[in-house]
Design a protein around this ligand. Structure first.
Ligand SMILES: [Zn+2]
Ligand SMILES: [Zn+2]
Length: 347
């Protein structure tokens, strides 16, 4: 019964929030659309819904973070990456303030992310002719602006493998292209100390998503909204690159951010987790390896990618994990306290 009430509550909240999102159309300019959303979403009811959404999202994030931290060790018996850089044992007040601000931002991010997909859904207003149909002036075209690109798919009957699983790798590669550049930019000497230095106080991340979201709020905002930008580019395409967009179902979009959250969490654990196309390390193709981000925390001018090091390989900033790198026994973590053994002994 309680479960039924929660589902009803969630559906009602999602419907009310969805009603604040207008349908994207070429007739409306972007400032018009933003104005419509801001006017509707700053009503008392919408703000209350956004607050409740934030509570749900933070609870889900907590669940994912705990699963990412505990499951690989308990069920899959993965090995640990030895600690080489100094572990940040205790969070400062500033750390906790940043973590709290960033977690509070996740509700608005989810609203914007799915709100975007909702704004580009199929509808009568912007689907007046199919691609390749004859126009009123007689010419036949496969590229036109009025309904160019793909759509957000919300109708259960229209959800398919093509609009759910095909966009996921495209979303990851698009996301990481911009993330790699942003991350590299944040490491530029004159900018580094203002924003990204905070995240690098931790030289050996271990607490999954808590260490992952311990970043400057501006960095968190840019990183999260990069998901919205990537979704927009994958749906609407990048005509300059000859990519004309694809349909993305809400299930595909949900898988993308959930898997993204898990991988960002794994990047900040000591779990040695890798996904390869072929099992053999030398012959296979590594899609993801948690050790790569660990290398970045020790040697910051390398491995800027979040989910993949594909763009680092292309840009020449990739650095392979070397198991022969020196390990300082005093830096290892106590499995019970999760803190450096040395500092645990000192207590
Ligand atoms: Zn990190
Ligand atoms: Zn960095």
């Amino acid at each position: 019964m309680i479960h039924h009430n929660i589902v009803n509550h969630l559906v009602g909240m999602a419907q009310r929030l969805a009603s604040t999102i207008p349908i994207a159309s070429k007739d409306d300019s972007i400032p018009d659309l933003v104005n419509q959303i801001v006017t509707k979403s700053t009503t008392a009811l919408c703000l209350r819904d956004l607050l409740v959404l934030t509570i749900y999202v933070v609870a889900a994030l907590e669940l994912v973070s705990n699963a990412t931290y505990h499951i690989p060790k308990a069920l899959c018996k993965v090995s640990s990456i030895p600690v080489r850089g100094k572990h940040l044992d205790r969070f400062s007040t500033k750390d906790w303030i940043f973590i709290t601000i960033n977690k509070c931002m996740t509700g608005v991010f989810i609203y914007c992310y799915f709100g975007y997909l909702w704004s580009v859904r199929k509808n009568e207003r912007n689907d007046h002719h199919a691609h390749g149909d004859e126009h009123t002036d007689g010419h036949r075209s496969f590229e036109h602006n009025c309904c160019a690109g793909g759509r957000g798919i919300w109708n259960l009957e229209e959800i398919s493998l093509m609009n759910t699983f095909l966009p996921i790798p495209v979303l990851f590669v698009t996301y990481d292209f911009f993330y790699t550049l942003l991350h590299w930019f944040l490491h530029i000497k004159s900018i580094y100390s203002y924003i990204h230095k905070h995240h690098h106080h931790q030289k050996a991340p271990s607490r999954a998503n808590i260490d992952a979201v311990n970043v400057h709020p501006l960095e968190f905002f840019l990183g999260e909204f990069n998901h919205v930008l990537s979704l927009h580019l994958v749906v609407k395409g990048i005509p300059l690159w000859g990519f004309h967009g694809m349909d993305v179902s809400w299930v595909g979009a949900l898988i993308f951010i959930t898997v993204g959250g898990i991988l960002a969490g794994l990047n900040h654990t000591r779990h040695d987790v890798a996904f390869r196309v072929m099992k053999k390390e030398k012959m296979g193709w590594t899609l993801y390896d948690s050790k790569h981000h660990d290398v970045h925390h020790r040697i910051p001018q390398s491995n800027y990618g979040q989910y993949t090091v594909l763009w680092d390989r292309i840009f020449g900033t990739f650095r392979e994990y070397d198991e022969n790198d020196r390990v300082n026994p005093a830096y290892q973590l106590d499995p019970v306290t999760g803190q450096t053994i040395k500092s645990t002994k000192e207590e």
